[in-house]
Structures are given as C-alpha cells and as structure tokens.
Design a protein around this ligand. Structure first.
Ligand SMILES: Cc1ncc(COP(=O)(O)O)c(C=O)c1O
Length: 457
C-alpha cells in the first residue's frame, strides 16, 4: 500500500459517533475540549507508520510520545506479554517476594546503563521515576545524617512529569497554572546576575554556571540533587554544548549535589548512544527511565542508582526501611515485554541505526532549510531534531501572531502524511528507532513542503 492510499476502516457516521463519545466521556492528558473536536483516531500501526480509522497513513514522527522505539505492530512483544500473562497474572514485589522477568530485566538494564550504576527500582511511568529519584536523593542524604540536604534544582524548559512534585520540577509555566501552590524546596536555574561566561551555551542559551549560581543561592548544604534531561525534550528539543554536562558534573561534585539524569526520552538509544550522557563521558548518580524500556507496549519505568547509593540501600539500618512503592512496580508482564524489547534492540542494532538515521535527519533538515528566512536554530542529536519557525531568521524575531507552528503541523499531517510535534513555533521530530533512509527523507520533504505552504518560502 502506498502512503496516500485510503481504505476506510470505519464509516464516517461511526467516526463522528466515536468523536462525540470521546468529547462526552474522556478527559485527555493536557485536556482542552476543542483539541478533540476532530480527534484523529488511530486504528493500527506497522513500523514507523500509523493508520487512522479513515484508513489514512502517517509516519509517526514523534514515535507517538517519544516512546514507540521499536515501531508498531511487533508481534514478538504481544507474544511475550501473552506468554507471561498465561503463566501468572501478577507477582507481589513487596516484603520478600519477587519474579523472574523483573530480576532479569533489572540485571539487563544495569548492564546496559552507565558503568557506575548498581541497582534500580521499577515504576510505571516517567513521572513516577523522577518523583522516586527525588525521594531517593532525600533518603540517601538522610542516611548520611545530612537531612538538611533536601532541595532539588531543575531547569527552565525542563519537562519531568505531571505528579505534583514533577510538575513543580518542570520548567514550563503552563504546567503550573491553576495547580498551585507547587511543592516547596524545588527551584529552577536562572540567567546568572553576572552573565559573563566562558562556557559555550546550550541551544536554549543556558550554561552550567546557571547551576552553580542556583546552588549558591539556595545554600549548598540544603541541595540534595539537580535534575536535567540530557537533551530537553518536551520543552522543545534543546541540545547541550559539549562542555555543559562535564562542567555540570564538576559543579555537582564540588557542592555534593546528586546529578539525576532524566533519560525518560533519551534512554535506550534515542540520541545514538544507549544512554545520552555517554556522548560527553559523564556518569550521573541517578537515572530516570521509562518509555523505550518497553517501547510503550505496556507501561513501565525505573530509577537507577549508582553503586554508592545501591550499597547504602543494601546496608540499611534497622529503622530505615525505604517506605516507597507501587502495587505494579516490577510487574512481570511489563518486565517480560521489556526483556523482549531490549532483545529487539540488540538483534536489529537499533542504537547504531538511531545514530545513522539521526545524522541523516539532522543533515537533511539543515540542508533543506539552509538560508531560509523563517527557520532558525536547527538542533539535533540522534533521532531528536528541532527547529524554530520565526518571523525573521536573521535576528531570530518570533512571529507576532501565534499559530504558524500549528499550521505547519496541520499541513505536515494532512498533506505530508507525517505527524510531528509542535510546541508554539518549535517543530519537533523524533521518529521510531527502526526508521529507514527513505522514511527519513519522506519526513524532511513533508516538513519542507509544509513550511513553504505556510510561510510562502
Ligand atoms: C523527560 C521526561 N521526563 C518525564 C516524563 C514523564 O513521563 P510520564 O508521562 O510517563 O509520566 C516525560 C514525558 O514525556 C519526559 O519527556
């Protein structure tokens, strides 16, 4: 079937009825009713392709929510889930119980992650991973007799989840509106009062010095941890300069602040390395993961801790039980799917493919928009690529009226058969790791045509 052929799966009347029911009964993530009036309802997928109920096909340009790493339609993962479900519905992981898939997946992930990692705790989502990572940091400092070290520093434009604490860590003000007061003892880095810097800035202008100033402002003895995505994702795909994370590591060591890498998007190959801080030879103290661990076939996440923290957890004093847990932590079905999913990564060299196809995507987007009057700040690492749509690319002036990004998105989807993500006027692409060269070129072409149709250039 070509990309443009359309064989309806449901008739128009049924689709309209589904949309009415959706409006009536389903509150969505980031709910805003008008967004769903013409909801695109998906039916099935294969590889990087998704098909909606009207039969139209699209490239899943953001891997759904950055998570369908091995692509859609993987019978192996359905089989792994079914086989495990037939064995046992569930296995309690509390107080002296365990299960084989979870034990094996924990070992596998520790093996794949940074050399200094020692143990992990399974969650069901990225938000739970970050929430747990923060609690872990506080717990660890309490064990050291440093209970004053209880604050967390995060960054502007960070996205860390939607629990109350992770919304507070998130550095995007729309996520705070109407939910206040936010959780105390969580703050964000800011432009330093003395902006003189010898550091190369990140693609969103931040340098590691922002963190040093924040730690000094809060008081080093009060700061438990700093959390950062190696590449800011939902805030707009902003990549770091090469010296950013090495300098961050030095600052964290200097002030005894734990470095939490939120690798919920970047973990498992997204950037062309298994874990993203490998690009800069940096090892964090805690790593949050979710999404690609199961390629989203079932929900799962984890926070992974370094050897010193793992050792502390193995030698807890009698009165210091880690009273944190989820019913579905280490769920055997999720773990079985995770193991099979990571086997696919190995069998199909998906990390190497992400590096090669990511370079093709980045180079192709840069070439397509070379000298373009309305496109600036193209940034990419592996299969994450973002660009800014602006009024004037020469000086970066934004469009006065909102809506350019939304129009580009609509054109890419309706005419170009590609579904990217738009955040205001930032265009984001992060397709599944199984993408091939023709499909990468198809995405670039769709983006170029959409920008031309909307801006006239
Ligand atoms: C970097 C990052 N951290 C955390 C989260 C939250 O994950 P979840 O939606 O699974 O709670 C996300 C979700 O997109 C994310 O991108």
């Amino acid at each position: 079937m070509t990309t443009t052929e359309t064989t309806p799966i449901l008739d128009e009347a049924t689709i309209a009825e589904l949309r009415r029911e959706d409006q009536a009964h389903l509150l969505h993530s980031q709910h805003y009713a008008p967004d769903h009036e013409q909801a695109l309802i998906f039916d099935h997928g294969e590889g990087v392709w998704l098909t909606d109920v009207s039969g139209k096909r699209y490239i899943d340009g953001l891997s759904s929510l950055w998570n369908v790493a091995v692509g859609h339609g993987r019978g192996e993962l359905a089989d792994a889930a079914a086989e495990q479900m037939r064995k046992v519905a569930f296995a309690n992981g509390y107080n002296g119980f365990s299960n084989e898939p979870a034990i094996r997946l924990a070992s596998k992930v520790i093996d794949l992650c940074y050399d200094n990692m020692g143990a992990l705790f399974f969650t069901n989502s990225g938000g739970e991973s970050n929430e747990g990572a923060f609690k872990m940091a506080r717990f660890y400092w309490n064990l050291q007799g440093r209970e004053g070290k209880n604050k967390l520093i995060s960054r502007p434009r960070a996205y860390h989840g939607s629990t109350l604490a992770t919304s507070s860590m998130t550095g995007l003000p729309p996520f705070w509106k109407y939910f206040g007061p936010l959780v105390p003892n969580i703050s964000h880095t800011e432009q330093p009062s003395n902006p003189e810097s010898t550091d190369e800035p990140n693609t969103d202008g931040e340098t590691a010095e922002w963190l040093e100033e924040a730690i000094l402002r809060e008081g080093p003895d009060t700061v438990a941890a700093f959390i950062a995505e190696p590449v800011k994702g939902a805030g707009g795909i902003f990549t770091p300069s090469d010296d950013y994370f090495p300098h961050i590591r030095e600052i964290c060591d200097k002030y005894e602040v734990l470095l939490i890498a939120d690798e919920v998007i970047t973990g498992f190959g997204r950037t062309g390395k298994m874990f993203a801080l490998e690009h800069w030879g940096v090892q964090p103290d805690i790593v949050s993961i979710a999404k690609a661990i199961t390629s989203a076939y079932v929900p799962m996440g984890a926070f992974i801790v370094s050897e010193p923290i793992a050792d502390a957890m193995k030698n807890l004093p009698a009165d210091a039980k880690f009273m944190h847990g989820y019913t579905n932590s280490a769920h055997p079905t999720a773990a079985a799917v995770g193991l099979r999913n990571l086997q696919i990564f190995e069998d199909e060299n998906l990390v190497e493919n992400a590096a090669a196809m990511g370079a093709r995507l980045g180079d192709g987007v840069r070439a397509a928009f070379e000298g373009h009057p309305h496109v600036t700040n193209v940034r990419n690492l592996g299969l994450m690529c973002g660009l800014s749509l602006v009024q004037d690319a020469e000086n970066g002036t934004p469009f006065a009226e909102p809506g350019t990004g939304a129009k580009v998105m609509a054109h890419m989807r309706d005419e170009g058969h590609v579904i990217p993500r738009i955040i205001n006027d930032e265009l984001l692409m992060a397709p599944p790791l199984v993408i091939n060269a023709d499909e990468v070129d198809f995405m670039i072409h769709a983006a170029r045509e959409a920008v031309k149709a909307v801006t006239g250039a």
